[in-house]
Design a protein around this ligand. Structure first.
Ligand code: ADP
Ligand code: MG
Length: 458
């Protein structure tokens, strides 16, 4: 007996990307050239155009196993570019963002953590034609019977389900085990569902739109009554990642369905994702791809601050990129020449070893000029709902040129608080100046440390 449940791959990263909410895409024209300001993106035209080509290559599936490095100083828009790429790719292509330092933990080996993230970035689209009963539920009645084991309780012997579709109605007499999955999906009359004929899996599609006017405030998805007969063949498309398959097969009692096909092949009692399990899954996946049942969707693994990886991880990366099934890897680094972590004497550009560097497409990003910073500060202020007078925006932009775009953006919120304290609803130049005396930028901070070095601990 198989039940369907959805594998949730929600992102816990909302807060980390909040600084980029104004970025809606790369802002390119149809011919691939960048508009000066579009989709929240300002300037940095050649990097945006380069990223546009990468998006095209990914969509044409000509990029898997290749890697890109976004290289440039802090606050030059590397993370913003990567997120824009993910927006351009849409939700059907897996995009897995991590930060280099994230893979160091006490519980999991770092290469193991990398491997998991690789598999989260590889999608599989499975098309299956299934025999189903589909329609709006018109009737849902469990039939009770005396408990065959004696005793007082009654048991459910059957459940009667009435289904209505565009071309007719049908009454089905179903096994009690199916009643359990109906209850799990919280199906009530008026819902549109389908039941797989072979497995008995029940899937709730949504609420029939015939009921749509009943309540206004419901968080419901309304769907039309299915066309055609109740009993029919239906093509079901599901998008999963290899990691979803790993998890489902490691814990076979959990979510299933596409997993039903995987689960049938290997009914494992395993509770841990092992290399052996992954190898088995790869084999099955390859077979399904060959048979045309499944299609591989190589997604993107984005490793921000890649210079935080050590030599062992870089070696692993090199190898993983050569695997038969590999995602596209996008790296970002703000380092110049520096020592590779985990070594004492190997130094290399961007904190990435030369052998890996040699196989990367490198996209440089450059510092912004006054006009660009002014526009970006204005866009950010608008996104955050902060009112700033023009002169104050100019002051922030001027300071941004001397320090960094990020410093200018970071002053926005404290400046707003200072203006409120002063009883104003709009940020003025004085607020920016006061902010600057309270919060110093990196350069000034470094200068203080150098001058008064004795007061600090070594
Ligand atoms: N060209 C741009 N247009 C609009 N916003 C930008 C642009 N470049 C950077 N930003 C914004 O500036 C901030 C810093 O950029 P970020 O991408 O984090 O820099 P990096 O990753 O290179 O250090 C973020 O809030 C980002 O969204
Ligand atoms: Mg960044």
């Amino acid at each position: 007996m198989v039940t369907i449940s959805e594998v949730k791959t929600g992102s816990p990263r909302e807060n980390r990307t909040a600084a980029h909410t104004h970025i809606k895409g790369l802002g390119l024209r149809a011919d691939g050239t960048a508009e000066k300001t579009s989709a929240g993106f300002v300037g940095q035209e050649s990097a945006r155009e380069a990223c546009g080509i990468i998006v095209d290559l990914i969509k044409a599936k000509k990029m898997s196993g290749r890697a890109v490095l976004l290289a440039g100083g802090p606050g030059t828009g590397k993370t913003a570019l990567a997120l824009a790429i993910s927006q351009e790719l849409g939700t059907k292509v897996p995009f897995r963002p991590i930060v280099g330092s994230e893979i160091y933990s006490a519980e999991v080996k770092k290469t193991e953590a990398l491997m998991e993230n690789f598999r989260r970035a590889i999608g599989l689209r499975v098309k299956e034609t299934k025999e189903v009963y589909e329609g709006e539920v018109t009737d849902l009645t469990p039939e009770e019977a005396e408990n065959p084991l004696g005793g007082y309780g009654k048991t459910i012997s059957h459940v009667i389900v009435g289904l209505k579709s565009g071309k007719g109605t049908k009454k089905l007499r179903l096994d009690p085990s199916i009643y359990e999955s109906i209850q799990k999906e919280r199906v009530t009359t008026g819902d549109v569902i389908y039941i797989e004929a072979n497995t008995g899996a029940v899937k709730r599609v949504g609420r029939s739109d015939a009921y749509a006017t009943e309540f206004d405030l419901e968080a419901e998805e309304y769907v039309p009554i299915p066309k055609g007969e109740v009993h029919k063949k239906k093509e079901i498309v599901q998008d999963v990642t290899l990691h979803d398959l790993d998890v489902a097969n490691a814990r076979p009692q959990g979510g299933q369905d596409i997993m039903s096909m995987m689960g049938q092949l290997m009914k494992p009692k395993k509770t841990e994702i092992t290399d052996k399990l992954r190898a088995e899954i790869n084999k099955v996946v390859e077979k399904y791809i060959d048979q045309g049942v499944a299609e591989l969707v190589p997604g993107v693994l984005f490793i921000d601050e890649v210079h935080m990886l050590d030599i062992e991880c870089f070696t692993y990366l090199n190898r993983a990129l050569e695997a038969k099934i590999a995602p596209i890897v996008i790296l970002a680094s703000n380092r110049g020449i520096c020592t590779i972590r985990g070594t004492t004497d190997i130094s290399s550009a961007h904190g990435v070893p030369t052998d890996l560097l040699g196989r990367l497409l490198i996209v440089p990003t450059y510092p912004y000029d006054l006009t660009d910073i002014r526009t970006i500060v204005r866009i950010r202020a608008k996104t955050e709902g902060i009112d700033v007078e023009d002169a104050a925006i100019d002051r922030l932009a001027t300071r941004g040129v001397g320090t960094s775009l990020r410093y200018a953006l970071q002053l926005l919120t404290p400046a707003m608080i200072l203006s409120r304290v002063a009883g104003r609803a709009r940020i003025e130049v004085a607020d920016v100046d006061e902010c600057e005396s309270l919060f110093i930028d990196a350069k000034r901070s470094a200068a203080i440390v150098e001058r008064g070095g004795d007061a600090f601990l070594e």
